[in-house]
Design a protein around this ligand. Structure first.
Ligand code: 5CA
Ligand code: ZN
Length: 468
């Protein structure tokens, strides 16, 4: 048997090795920060994104905007440009002819979409407007790139954009979007926390930004989604107005919110173990693997095929009747994260039974074939519940209440520190400096305490961590 992968001790190596061995993405593409989705990875991605789509489709409409943004539109919003200036790829030539108007490869699509909203939105009856697209975006990342986590071509950028009559209605949308994201991550069994980003780290051009973070096995946090209240900042720049019921022209209030392939990275990292992937049944490309066991020269291939026929209309199920030894097959399908294994040998057949083995706990149970359908349904449900519970316990145990910066410094080695903060940028930056961590953001739940820098009494509590 080949060696195990140590997930916790050497997370980075484990992660990179697993992406390649299980064929999620191939990083050997000859340009830094660009990855290729393998068929298996793409299938996992597709299932994850179909959950996201189904949640959005309830009250959003899907659209598709151009990849290229004219320079003059891109340059209109000054805060926005400042934030993205160093990350934009530019198309400057058509063949050998310099373009009169250079084109930006979208790093995100506000400046592509909002000039069109100016044409689409006329009156209050056009509001609220809620659209989304799932596209590739480009960011010239200079920090260390990592597959699915920090890439230069974000291949799976889900961006939603909404417009509302008032600031308060846009704020309601921020809450609705966070609720939608929470539901999405619950379906992926990913524990997460929501905070309000500090002002100096909000989305360029936003009134404020909310972030969704999870914890990786190495104790660093991963921001897996953001929701931004844009106020009327972009509406004023792009002149997006509506006529209110009194005939008055008003600027719309906007929000936008995004999720990237980091959600795939989170599934891999949070649930995986030393044997490889562990996938929640709803998104596993293969949910059940059937493995025939040979004993005394007899096999149970016929029975395996009957079981396959029995299950294949309801589940994504594969029968592995290759020539490999059962041990090698277990190893292979465990690494691929298949939630449930069905083992069938000649003796089981005589008894009308099969053996079920769970990927998450390795528990084995013998089940009568007559009761197989119910048993599988139960087990797949139990696997999801256990993955979520197990991840949540690990997550909760790594969020530590801290009073001093020394305590925070220790806490962020393994997870997040919860600590008071007066709200002043100067103190916040100093806290980051002295702990070596980032302020992820402020929690909604307040607690009386003292700022560890200036000593001022405050109700604000922030989370600090080392972030990816
Ligand atoms: N226009 C807004 C909302 S759609 C926006 O661009 N927000 S963002 O910059 O915060 O990006 C949204 C999410 O994309 C982030 O929370 C993060 O999870 C993910 N993301 C950002 N940059 C990258 C990158 N280089 N690689 C992978 N994911 C990324
Ligand atoms: Zn302070």
């Amino acid at each position: 048997m080949r060696e195990r992968l140590p997930r916790k001790e050497k997370f980075s190596e484990w992660y990179n090795e697993l992406l390649l061995r299980t064929e999620i993405v191939d990083v050997r593409y000859p340009s830094k920060g660009l990855c290729v989705w393998y068929p298996f990875g793409f299938s996992l991605r597709r299932r994850i994104y179909s959950i996201l789509r189904s949640l959005l489709d309830v009250d959003h409409q899907e659209v598709l905007f151009p990849l290229l943004i004219p320079e003059n539109e891109f340059m209109k919003e000054s805060e926005h440009i400042k934030g993205f200036e160093e990350e934009v790829y530019w198309v400057t030539k058509g063949g050998s002819t310099p373009l009169e108007m250079p084109l930006a490869l979208r790093p995100t699509s506000e400046t592509a979409i909002y000039p069109m909203l100016q044409l689409w939105i006329r009156s209050h009856v056009d509001l609220p407007l809620k659209i989304y697209q799932i596209v590739n975006t480009f960011r010239y990342e200079t920090k260390h790139t990592r597959p699915l986590i920090r890439v230069r071509e974000i291949t799976s950028f889900k961006e939603a954009h909404t417009a509302h009559a008032t600031w308060a209605e846009a704020e309601e949308q921020v809450k609705a979007a966070l609720k939608l994201y929470s539901e999405f991550f619950r379906r992926l069994a990913i524990p997460h926390v929501i905070t309000k980003r500090p002002d100096w780290d909000k989305f360029p051009g936003a009134d404020y930004s909310m972030a969704v973070d999870t914890l990786m096995p190495d104790g660093k946090t991963l921001q897996i989604g953001t929701v931004h209240h844009l106020g009327t900042n972009f509406a004023e720049t792009f002149d997006v107005r509506y006529e209110d019921p009194e005939g008055e022209q008003r600027y719309v209030n906007q929000t936008c919110y995004g999720i990237s392939e980091r959600c795939v990275a989170a599934v891999i990292a949070v649930h995986g173990d030393d044997r490889g992937l562990v996938l929640p049944p709803e998104i596993a490309p293969t949910q059940i693997i059937i493995i025939p066991i040979v004993s005394k020269g007899k096999d149970a291939l016929g029975a395996c095929k009957r079981i396959l026929d029995m299950l294949k209309d309801v589940y994504r199920v594969v029968l592995d009747n290759s020539q490999e030894r059962p041990g090698a097959k277990y190893y292979k399908w465990e690494m691929k994260g298949v939630p449930l294994r069905v083992e069938i040998g000649p003796r089981d057949m005589e008894r009308g039974e099969v053996t079920l083995v769970r990927r998450d706990t390795f528990e084995r149970e013998t089940v009568a074939i007559s009761k197989l359908n119910d048993a599988i349904e139960d087990k797949l449900g139990a696997i999801h519940a256990n993955l979520y519970e197990r991840a949540r316990q690990s997550f909760d145990s790594r969020i530590v209440d801290c009073k001093t910066l020394d305590e925070a410094k220790t806490a962020i080695r393994k997870g997040m520190a919860k600590i008071s903060w007066c709200g002043e940028e100067e103190c916040g930056l100093c806290m980051e400096d002295r702990t070596g961590g980032d302020i992820l953001g402020e929690l909604a739940k307040t607690k009386r305490g003292e700022c560890p820098i200036c000593g001022k009494k405050t109700d604000k509590v922030v989370l600090m961590a080392r972030a990816y």
